[in-house]
Design a protein around this ligand. Structure first.
Ligand SMILES: CC(C)(COP(=O)(O)OP(=O)(O)OC[C@H]1O[C@@H](n2cnc3c(N)ncnc32)[C@H](O)[C@@H]1OP(=O)(O)O)[C@@H](O)C(=O)NCCC(=O)NCCS
Length: 165
């Protein structure tokens, strides 16, 4: 059953003025642990802003702010990596478990129609796996690699969304 969202959800392009809020959200330690593939340099505000200015300037990246009732509460992005395109998202911690990421990913995948889309999730981030599977992604494999957010090698699940047949 889809959850009742905490308010009406919409996506909009991220603006430079959003970066301080997005920076604060990604400092949350439990979020960093779950996401795992976060670079240590993004603990530094100036480094975070510099990295995201490049993202904002890159026409190949679709980077959207997630708003609930008009308030910025997260982000979702589709970006090219090697031959693939990948999906990533982040939601402010006090709103977890209320369907925000599931709905934001659904909205982004309506806007970005290219397929397949890949996503990578640490195997012990079950909420994120659920978000993807609810949006039609299927598991296609796994890889072990080093994750800064854990300071350890972790198993990452690889998921893919194809065109519906
Ligand atoms: C992962 C993340 C985006 C999920 O956001 P969210 O808004 O809470 O997601 P939703 O509420 O839409 O869905 C989460 C689902 O996972 C489930 N879930 C959450 N924690 C869980 C857990 N520990 N075990 C099993 N299921 C879990 C929820 O019940 C929900 O499923 P349901 O709707 O069937 O009940 C959020 O935790 C986050 O921003 N984490 C930090 C960044 C990150 O991990 N990004 C993803 C990197 S791949």
């Amino acid at each position: 059953m889809p959850k009742a969202l905490p308010g009406p959800l919409s996506l909009r392009p991220v603006r430079e003025g959003d970066l301080p809020l997005l920076y604060e959200m990604q400092l949350d330690e439990e979020a960093r642990r779950l996401a795992a593939f976060v670079s240590e340099e993004t603990r530094d505000g100036a480094a975070f802003v510099a990295k995201h200015r490049k993202i904002l300037a890159d026409p190949a990246i679709t980077f959207r702010g997630v708003e609930v009732a008009g308030e910025l509460v997260g982000s979702a992005a589709v970006f090219p990596i090697e031959q693939d395109i990948e999906l990533a998202y982040w939601v402010r911690r006090d709103l977890w478990g209320r369907g925000v990421a599931t709905a934001a990913v659904a909205a982004l995948l309506k806007e970005v129609t290219a397929r397949p889309v890949h996503a990578r999730v640490v195997a012990d981030n079950p909420g994120s796996v659920r978000v993807l599977e609810r949006n039609g992604f299927v598991r296609i494999g796994s890889e072990d690699s080093y994750a800064d957010g854990r300071g350890a090698t972790v198993t990452e699940l690889v998921l893919r969304l194809d065109d519906p047949r």
